[in-house]
Design a protein around this ligand. Structure first.
Ligand code: ATP
Ligand code: MG
Length: 354
């Protein structure tokens, strides 16, 4: 198969982990006789420096034409003092919105070799393997803010969803659940929010189409607690934008390191933007210390979701597991009695396993 991939390395450790992602894609292409072509563009702080904007036009154009986009990370102390509209993060929010990527998928898995790295008790995290499906382009973060703050006496943010917006994210979640363990938890705050009540109704309607999936509704406060007391209870969680933002950060403690968490932001036709959950990690940038596994697992998500290459995706995931089982690790993982290696060496190990 022929696929065209846009790489947006971005800032900090972004370029290091994007390099690892590209090398894994090249190795997969060679083995399976696919043709993957690549095109690199600026985003975030490096785009501010070179093009005077965090999201240059040619970057947007290239992403529209791509089969998939890989993003490293954006941001860093160098750009911290810029005004709001000129911040590196605007590049990321902008490209998600421009491409209409309404579903954010964040798998969280407690790898056997890394159980000790979680701040939670080993017996609590053991066996955790869940997927958070977060609505990404609606809700509170995109509602009309009140124009003025009434001289500071009052302020309003709006939580708005259309039926269409809820239906498409709920559908995505049912489809994800079907490919996993057929257990869907819809998280809301239906005891106080009208938007949550409509969300529940739509989940109830949609479930008729997926009889094999067990569905339940859970209030967000209860879900927050259960995530750290009994995380292996969950398979797929679906929720609106802000709840998803908070719960996915909370769930990240299950894996022990930010350097292990992949993500995908997708839309219906298969185009997706894949990125590690971690940021630009300026404290370790340019030192070849960054753990490339979150990016490599993001590549596995790209293969699966955008290219429908299930076998290749599983091969990449398996290679990551094998490398951990062989106890190779970057400094963030600190596997007891393991073999410490640099970021690029860890990527090499994964490619050897492939
Ligand atoms: P940003 O504003 O871009 O999020 P940050 O300063 O918050 O940057 P993060 O990238 O969020 O930094 O990282 C938080 C911590 O986790 C840092 O100490 C960083 O070094 C570490 N970290 C993040 N990603 C990785 C990785 N891939 N490998 C190793 N350590 C990482
Ligand atoms: Mg951060």
């Amino acid at each position: 198969m022929k696929k065209h991939i846009v790489l947006l390395p971005g800032d900090g450790i972004g370029p290091e982990v994007a390099r690892a992602a590209k090398r894994v894609l090249e190795a997969i292409a060679e083995q399976h006789q696919h043709t993957f072509t690549f095109e690199t563009h600026n985003i975030g702080g490096s785009a501010i420096d070179q093009d005077g904007t965090p999201l240059p036009e040619d970057t947007i154009e290239a992403c529209h034409k791509a089969d998939a986009v890989f993003l490293g990370a954006v941001g860093g102390p160098k750009w911290d003092d810029l005004p709001g509209h000129m911040r590196p993060e605007k590049g990321l929010l902008g490209i998600r919105k421009q491409l209409g990527l309404f579903a954010n998928l964040r798998p969280v898995k407690a790898f056997q070799q890394l159980l000790h790295a979680s701040p939670l008790k080993t017996e609590v995290v053991t066996g955790s393997d869940l997927l958070i499906v977060r609505e990404l382009t609606g809700g509170l973060y995109f509602g009309e803010p009140s124009e003025r703050r009434n001289n500071g006496a009052e302020v309003v943010d709006t939580l708005a969803y259309s039926r269409h917006e809820i239906e498409r994210i709920v559908e995505q979640a049912f489809q994800s659940a079907r490919l996993r363990r057929n257990h869907l938890t819809s998280v809301d705050k239906a005891n106080v929010l009208e938007s949550s009540r409509m969300w529940r109704e739509i989940v109830e309607e949609k479930k008729q189409e997926y009889p094999e999936v067990t569905v339940e509704h859970m209030l967000v406060d209860a879900a927050a607690m259960k995530l750290v007391t009994n995380p292996s209870y969950f398979d797929v969680i679906v929720t609106e934008n802000m709840f998803g933002d908070i719960l996915s950060d909370e769930a990240s403690v299950l894996t022990g390191s930010l350097g292990m968490l992949p993500s995908a932001s997708i839309r219906k036709d298969g185009l997706g933007l894949y990125e590690p959950v971690h940021g630009s990690a300026p404290d370790i940038a340019g030192q070849n210390k960054a753990n490339p596994l979150a990016s490599i697992l993001s590549v596995a998500m790209m293969l699966k979701h955008s290219f429908k290459m299930e076998e290749e995706a599983e091969q990449v995931e398996k290679a990551v597991q094998d490398v951990l089982a062989a106890r190779y690790h970057t400094a963030d993982l600190n596997i007891n009695g393991g073999i410490p290696v640099s970021g690029s060496e860890l990527a090499n190990k994964v490619i050897e396993q492939l």
